[in-house]
Write a protein that binds this ligand. Structure first.
Ligand SMILES: [Zn+2]
Length: 746
């Protein structure tokens, strides 16, 4: 679920017996042109395919209300691998396992692909179906070629569990879908296998599932991170769409009561394609209603869950894979088996309606990419539309043209490159301008006005006339043009604005005809010019550059910051530019650092302006606990889930924001020097309430304390903090509890 809010059931369940609910749906008669060879008229099950109970030794979905009945990740994986092994010699069905990385706590991240032996053989080899559909998505396969293949190639589709570990029933449900798909011998099922490739991902967040915790081990909500992909479970998965896009993407969550499936509530992001909206609203939605009505199962839609901000497991696959991206939500208020069954039912109905309409769905899926290119050529933003019959009126439409986004190659390089590489990892095409270009309609972020400006040679350019235009606009756009005065969570994140990439922006007019540009694989803005000079300068206008300054200090290199702006080698440098004394580098390879941090370094003959030496910092990250919390960096074997921040030993409270801060400093920014509590403090360490109260900030020479929403009540800790600040220490507080202690009135 997206939040702990209680949802309202629209239809009351009639309480069918669970045994009856688990009976397989009667197959519809095959609508295929011709039944696959060897299939049976009635439903039969291939005894070579093991059931869940055969493998795990426990009935599928065994458990009470709530989520404690869930099986561990290892059991789910065990079943999927057993079915894979059982299909190895089957003439009817075949399965592949694909690894895409490791979770924070080291568990395998895997998905499986299921189809006929012929389709599996031709997924990555032979006719290369995956590369073909990926080519349609990236523009290298023409629309005409894509349309010509809608009957001959299978349609790929994704069936995944939520990344919320405390909402586990989809894991077992997808195991049930797997069994039905793999074991059933009837002609309808044979047609489903012939016409589709099923990408099955039963555990999206193994650390959270096993700990029965919503979040990643770092206490981030993965379902707010599908777009940004800061968490490794997302960062290693979402780029898989570049290789294996799908026509639908099911993200099966859990809520309090009832069952939600789309159509969504308004608003829907205007860049979600008409294909996606119509496939969800006019095909899948009615099919699911029919399936649930037939069994008198409680459900609701056009309610609560919108399709607006591009951060979720529905909006992101919709925009990024052109899929019918859908959140399913099953209440945990019923016994676990019913939770599992209803997810199974919704998934099965989605598969059936897709298999039944496969050519027309694939046709729409193909056409939307070419349509996106055409919109981009015209600089058109897709108009808003309302999806719920109960919503009115439409508040606004996108009000200006966007032809492309430009990024200056001489500002914020480290952060600009990180963003560009992130977009490239999703399949976005990026170019550099071959010459200076005098462009009209240049609108820098945040200025609200367009004008003529020269974009220098080397400027990075992302034109909108490319298939991923919808995604680009959804995550770069300054304004989401919300269609109604309401949305579920946040309005949007414009990544370039959020990351402070001032000076970059977008074009409201096309570049002049004939503008020369070159597509790039890697912006490669880092490196050293004149590295043999005595002083090495780099701008500190990116998070990466600042982190590089700290990394140099941590290695014992002398770094100063320029008091005044200056110009050297044709580049103007701002105040605060880092100036490195090259004679102190020792064995430090600054060229490697500059490349890794994508931060250009310029050699100078001497210090160009007055400068202030930087002091190697000693940063404490505050925890209100009396001992260091259980975290991926300091696993506590006594915690319920060692290394998972959401599980702590008694007495440690409020660790979530502490862990988020620790993640940001170490994993995301890459500051070196974090030391665990048993080691002498380095540049970064945890300061506990006990250490704060004992006056460690002053006696152990800390330079800064970061307090991420941890409570510091009046008493020894607050007094020690005041003494630290009065002596020149830096206090950084975030969120509600991070504010300084109230001043005592005089
Ligand atoms: Zn959820």
């Amino acid at each position: 679920m997206r939040s702990p809010s209680i949802t309202i059931a629209r239809v009351l369940a009639l309480g069918l017996a669970l045994a009856a609910l688990f009976a397989a749906l009667a197959p519809a008669s095959s609508l295929a042109d011709e039944d696959p060879a060897g299939c049976t008229d009635g439903v039969g099950y291939d005894s070579a395919i093991p059931t869940y109970q055969d493998v795990v030794g426990r009935p599928l979905g065994d458990g009470p209300t709530g989520n404690t009945g869930r099986d561990l990740t290892s059991d789910i994986y065990k079943y999927f691998r057993a079915v894979k092994d059982a299909t190895a010699a089957s003439p009817r069905v075949r399965m592949l396992e694909k690894s895409y990385g490791k979770s924070v706590l080291g568990q395998d991240l895997v998905f499986w692909v299921l189809s006929t032996p012929d389709n599996i053989d031709n997924l990555d080899a032979g006719r290369k179906d995956a590369a073909f559909w990926a080519g349609v998505r990236d523009g290298s396969v023409s629309e005409a070629a894509g349309l010509a293949a809608v009957r001959s190639r299978p349609a790929p589709a994704w069936i995944t569990s939520t990344p919320h570990g405390a909402e586990p029933a989809a894991g077992e449900a997808i195991a049930r879908n797997l069994y039905e798909l793999a074991a059933r011998t009837d002609c309808w099922n044979a047609m489903r296998l012939r016409d589709m490739d099923f990408f099955l991902l039963p555990v999206r967040n193994p650390d959270g599932r096993d700990a029965i915790q919503r979040t990643s081990a770092w206490t981030f909500d993965h379902n707010r991170d599908f777009g940004t992909q800061n968490q490794i479970e997302n960062g290693s998965f979402l780029p898989v769409f570049k290789q294996y896009p799908g026509v639908f993407y099911i993200d099966a969550h859990q809520t309090g009561n009832g069952y939600f499936f789309p159509p969504n509530e308004d608003p829907v992001h205007h860049e979600v394609s008409d294909f996606t909206v119509d496939y969800i609203g006019e095909m899948i939605g009615p099919a699911l209603r029919q399936a649930f009505d037939d069994q008198s199962i409680d459900y609701f839609n056009f309610q609560t869950y919108d399709l607006f901000v591009p951060e979720y497991g529905d909006t992101v696959p919709s925009l990024l894979s052109g899929a019918a991206g859908m959140t399913f939500e099953k209440g945990t208020s019923e016994v676990y088996g019913k939770q599992v069954y209803e997810h199974y039912l919704a998934i099965n109905a989605t598969i059936d309606v897709t298999a039944q309409n496969k050519p027309s769905i694939l046709r729409g899926w193909v056409e939307q990419w070419a349509e996106a290119v055409r919109q981009g050529e015209q600089c058109d933003l897709e108009p808003n539309e309302l999806v719920s019959p109960l919503t009115e009126p439409l508040k606004q439409q996108p009000s200006y043209d966007v032809c492309g986004y430009f990024f200056r190659a001489d500002r914020h390089e480290g952060d600009t490159v990180a963003l560009i590489k992130h977009m490239q990892a999703q399949g976005v095409h990026v170019y550099t301008l071959d010459t200076n270009v005098n462009a009209a309609g240049v609108r820098e972020f945040g200025t609200g006005t367009s004008g003529v400006q020269t974009l220098p040679q080397g400027t990075l350019y992302i034109p909108m006339n490319q298939p991923l235009k919808h995604w680009i606009q959804a995550v770069f756009g300054e304004d989401p043009f919300e269609p109604i005065e309401f949305f579920y969570d946040v309005a949007t994140w414009s990544y370039p604005m959020h990351r402070g990439l001032a000076g970059s922006g977008f074009l409201t007019s096309q570049l002049p005809p004939g503008t020369l540009m070159t597509e790039i694989d890697d912006p490669a803005l880092g490196g050293v010019n004149n590295g043999a000079k005595p002083v090495l300068a780099f701008e500190t206008d990116s998070m990466q550059a600042l982190a590089m300054a700290f990394e140099l200090l941590e290695k014992g290199v002398d770094v100063a910051r320029a008091r005044d702006a200056f110009t050297s080698g044709g580049r103007s440098f701002s105040t605060g530019t880092a100036l490195v004394d090259a004679s102190t580098l020792g064995g430090v390879d600054i060229a490697a650092l500059a490349a890794e941090r994508e931060t250009p370094v310029t050699g100078l003959d001497g210090y160009p302006v007055a400068h202030h030496p930087m002091v190697k910092p000693k940063i404490g990250v505050y925890s209100q606990a009396t001992s260091a919390p259980n975290s991926p960096l300091e696993k506590n074997a006594a915690a319920p889930s060692p290394g998972h921040c959401a599980t702590q030993v008694g007495g440690v409270v409020g660790a979530a924001d502490y862990c988020v801060a620790l993640f940001t400093l170490t994993d995301k920014i890459g500051l070196p020097g974090y030391t665990i509590s048993s080691a002498p403090e380095g540049m970064l360490s945890t300061v506990t309430a006990t250490e704060l109260g004992a006056g460690d900030l002053v006696t152990k020479n800390y330079t800064a304390l970061l307090n991420a929403n941890q409570s510091i009540p009046a008493g020894a800790g607050a007094t020690a903090l005041q003494a630290f600040v009065n002596a020149g220490g830096t206090y950084v507080g975030t969120l509600a509890n991070g504010r300084p202690p109230p001043a005592t009135p005089a």
